[in-house]
Structures are given as structure tokens and as C-alpha cells.
Write a protein that binds this ligand. Structure first.
Ligand code: PHE
Ligand code: NA
Length: 442
């Protein structure tokens, strides 16, 4: 399977920065800018932020290293990698990832389509300040043929980039997109700092109410675990796939820390943008649901001087961030077809991309279905995928995993042991509890 012909013909990153940028591009996306603020709002503000940050550091970071070592050790797609390493049922875990990636990208593309549409709305007519009008505008954008059209536009761009391959398509695209996201987000956070509602927003967002954690932990825990996996692109093999294109032995812990750091910083900064805007416009951040961020931000932009321009820049940034994440979601499935079935990249990309467009149609048609897909994928499938990988690497192949992690780092004996035990026990326990609560809550 892993013979020399395969290794030679398989794609790989062209530069050192290519891998980090692509992984950051995968991580930073709608998860940070759309999903994160509405989860914060729905789960009680700073209380959620605190648990989320804890989970990112204590579970997300070690879980990312789990995916990296599997990918780099096998140099294969997630299905092939698990089939190579795992005996019995473990060999089939990769299939869970393929299914999860399919479901996530189907509705992810729909939401990304809304961001394209909102960019155009800002540039053409500006946003509507009136809350009810903004709401009905959102319903136009987010359902029926309008949503389907922009879902198609977005998928077409994703397909085109993935079809071009690792070096020419993905690596070049993220080199341009990631720096753009960083610059625009920082600029917008500075702008939000000047708004009248900023200080109220900061205290809502930044000073946790421990009573909220105590009374709502059954919903905060699965939401925070799911959000941590979603935002870091974990639990469905995306990071396995990207690490499988690594040829040299890099310091994976260092790369992982950079990627987790960037993603967390962008989510955190997005909160510093979104909540001051909402508080200034007098919009309740607890207003739940996947549409709330769009309705309330658009209404807020409608209220602000030059809001059409700021809003268009904001939504365009979100669309760009979504693109580099969607690329990684599609790449998981495409890499499987290329590696295991010898299908050429262009054919594989077109076939899978077309299938994804069709699978996204229900979400484009009806927001309720989108919400169902999102909750299922996030709080159940991703957490399940992360749990299975933690169990597998922690208990079945710990020595192989530590050995792989050491390459490019040097002797890490005590750290390696700490990592394995973290994965074996605390990570597994938290994920089991989150998964159980997530299933009960669904
Ligand atoms: N991490 C991406 C985001 O935050 C979403 C994603 C999930 C991408 C899983 C790849 C795999 O938007
Ligand atoms: Na993210």
C-alpha cells in the first residue's frame, strides 16, 4: 500500500509555511465568526467562553496532535490511515469521518453562501436598520432559491480550488486568505472598541458568572466540546489529511500550538467585534439560532455610519475564511478517493462536490433542517470522532504515536507520557460526558 510509487506520486506541501497556513485556514472559518458568537450568546456569555477556552487548551490541543501523528505517520487519507493502523473495528473509524465531513460541508456551504449574499447586499443597497425588516431580509437570503443559488456559487469555487491540487490550489489560496483575515479582523475590533456599547459588551463577554456555569453545565459542556472540535477542524480527519501531506519531520507540537493559538485568537477577537456592535444597536445577544448573528449584525450595520461598507468588508472576510475551511472539508473526501480508488483529482472533486451540493439542498431550503444538521454534526459526530481517536491512539498505539510525535522535536519522554495520559483519561472522560449530554440534549 505505502510503496514507493505511492509516496512519489502523492501530493505534498511545497513549503514549510504551507502546512501551517493551510491548517490555520482550515481552522479559521464560520466556526469562529458565525458559530462561536451564537454559541456564546446561547450559552450565557462569558461563562461559555471560559469553558470553551479550557476545552480548547486541555482537549483540543492534545486531540490535534493525535490527528497530526496519524496523518504524518501513515501519509494517507483518514480511511486509509485507520485501516492501516487499526485492527478489527478500529480499521473502519475513518468512515465516520468521511460521513461527518460530508454532512458538515453540505450545510457549511449554505451558510457561506449567505455571507456572499450579504456582501453583495451591503455594496448594492446597504443594510436595513429596522430589526423586523432585517429579519425578513434574512429569511429571504437564507431560504429557497436565493440560498440555493449562493450555495451553488460557493461550492463551485471550492471545487475549482480543490481540483487544482495541494500546491497550486490550496497552498496558494491560503497564503493570500489567512493574512487578509487577520488584518481585517483586527481593524474591525479596533473600530468596535470605539462604539458606545463597547464597555457593556466587554463585561458581558469577559466576566464570567459562575452561577451560570453551575446551573447550565449540562448544555454548556456539550456545546463547548462541540465548538472546540468544530473550530479546530477536529474529529473528522481534516487534520489527519493535512498532516498526511507533510514530508519532513516538523515539530508538530509547535505547529499545533500556532494553529490552536491563531484559531482561538480569531474567535476571541470576533467576540470583541460582534458583541460591541450588538450592544450598541440594542440587540439581545441571547437571541438564539444560526440566523441571529446575521440578522442582528446586518441590523447593527444598518444603524452605523458607513455601516454598508464595514458590513460588506466584514461579510466578505467571513466568506473568505469559510472558503479555506471548506477546502479542507472537501479535501478529506477527495483524498480518500484518490488514495484508495485511484480516481484522478479532478473527477473525484467534481463528483464529490456535486454530491455535496445536492446534500446541502435541504439546509438551503429550510433553516430548521440546517440547525438539525449542525447540532448533529457538531455535538454528536465530531465529539464521537474525537473520542474514538483518543481511545485508539491512547490505548491501542501509544508507543507508535509518541515515537512519531518525537520526530522533529527530539526527546520528549516526560511530555510524551503526559500527552498520552491526558488523552487516555481526562480527554476521554470529558468527551464521554459531553457526548452523552449532547445525545440527550439533541
Ligand atoms: N474549523 C472550521 C471552522 O471553524 C470548520 C471545520 C470543521 C473545517 C471540521 C474542517 C473540519 O469554521
Ligand atoms: Na475555527
Amino acid at each position: 500500500m505505502n510503496n514507493s510509487v505511492d509516496t512519489v506520486s502523492r501530493d505534498a506541501w511545497a513549503t514549510r509555511a504551507g502546512f501551517i497556513l493551510a491548517a490555520v485556514g482550515s481552522a479559521v472559518g464560520l466556526g469562529n465568526i458565525w458559530r462561536f458568537p451564537f454559541q456564546v450568546g446561547q450559552e450565557g456569555g462569558a461563562a461559555f467562553l471560559l469553558i470553551y477556552l479550557l476545552f480548547v487548551a486541555a482537549i483540543g490541543f492534545p486531540a490535534m496532535l493525535v490527528e497530526f501523528v496519524i496523518g504524518r505517520y501513515t501519509n494517507r487519507n483518514p480511511v486509509g490511515a485507520l485501516a492501516q493502523l487499526g485492527r478489527g473495528l478500529w480499521g473502519y473509524v475513518g468512515w465516520v469521518f468521511i460521513a461527518t465531513g460530508f454532512i458538515i460541508l453540505s450545510y457549511y456551504s449554505v451558510v457561506a453562501g449567505w455571507t456572499i449574499r450579504y456582501t453583495i447586499i451591503g455594496l448594492q443597497d446597504g443594510y436595513l436598520a429596522d430589526g423586523a425588516a432585517a429579519e425578513s431580509q434574512f429569511l429571504d437570503v437564507a431560504s429557497g432559491l436565493d440560498a440555493i443559488f449562493f450555495h451553488a456559487v460557493f461550492m463551485a469555487v471550492v471545487i475549482a480550488i480543490v481540483a487544482l491540487g495541494i500546491k497550486r490550489g490550496i497552498e496558494l489560496a491560503v497564503k493570500l486568505l489567512v493574512p487578509a483575515i487577520i488584518v481585517i479582523s483586527l481593524g474591525m475590533a479596533l473600530y468596535a472598541f470605539t462604539l458606545a456599547g463597547a464597555s457593556d459588551a466587554y463585561s458581558y463577554y469577559l466576566s464570567p458568572d459562575f452561577g451560570v456555569i453551575a446551573s447550565n453545565w449540562t448544555s454548556i459542556l456539550p456545546a463547548a466540546a462541540g465548538q472546540a472540535f468544530f473550530t479546530l477542524s477536529l474529529g473528522m480527519g481534516a487534520m489527519i489529511t493535512y498532516a498526511s501531506y507533510l514530508e519532513e519531520d516538523r515539530n508538530l507540537a509547535e505547529d499545533g500550538a500556532i494553529i490552536v493559538g491563531f484559531d482561538t485568537a480569531i474567535a476571541f477577537v470576533t467576540g470583541l467585534i460582534v458583541f460591541p456592535i450588538l450592544f450598541t444597536a440594542g440587540v439581545d445577544p441571547a437571541d438564539p439560532g444560526p440566523g441571529a448573528i446575521f440578522v442582528s449584525l446586518a441590523a447593527a450595520f444598518g444603524d452605523l455610519t458607513l455601516g454598508w461598507l464595514i458590513g460588506a468588508v466584514f461579510f466578505a472576510t467571513v466568506a473568505i475564511a469559510a472558503l479555506s475551511s471548506a477546502i479542507s472539508l472537501l479535501e478529506v473526501v477527495v483524498s480518500y478517493l484518490i488514495d484508495e480508488h485511484d480516481i484522478d483529482r479532478v473527477t473525484a472533486t467534481l463528483a464529490i462536490g456535486g454530491g455535496l451540493f445536492v446534500l446541502g439542498l435541504p439546509s438551503a431550503w429550510d433553516l430548521v433542517l440546517l440547525d438539525l444538521f449542525d447540532g448533529f454534526a457538531d455535538q454528536i459526530l465530531l465529539v464521537l470522532g474525537g473520542l474514538l481517536l483518543a481511545l485508539f491512539v491512547g490505548w491501542k498505539i501509544p508507543d507508535l504515536a509518541v515515537g512519531e510525535l518525537k520526530k522533529g522535536i527530539g526527546p520528549i519522554d516526560s511530555w510524551g507520557t503526559l500527552w498520552v495520559w491526558l488523552i487516555r483519561v481526562p480527554v476521554v472522560i470529558v468527551l464521554v460526558i459531553s457526548l452523552a449530554l449532547g445525545i440527550l440534549g439533541y
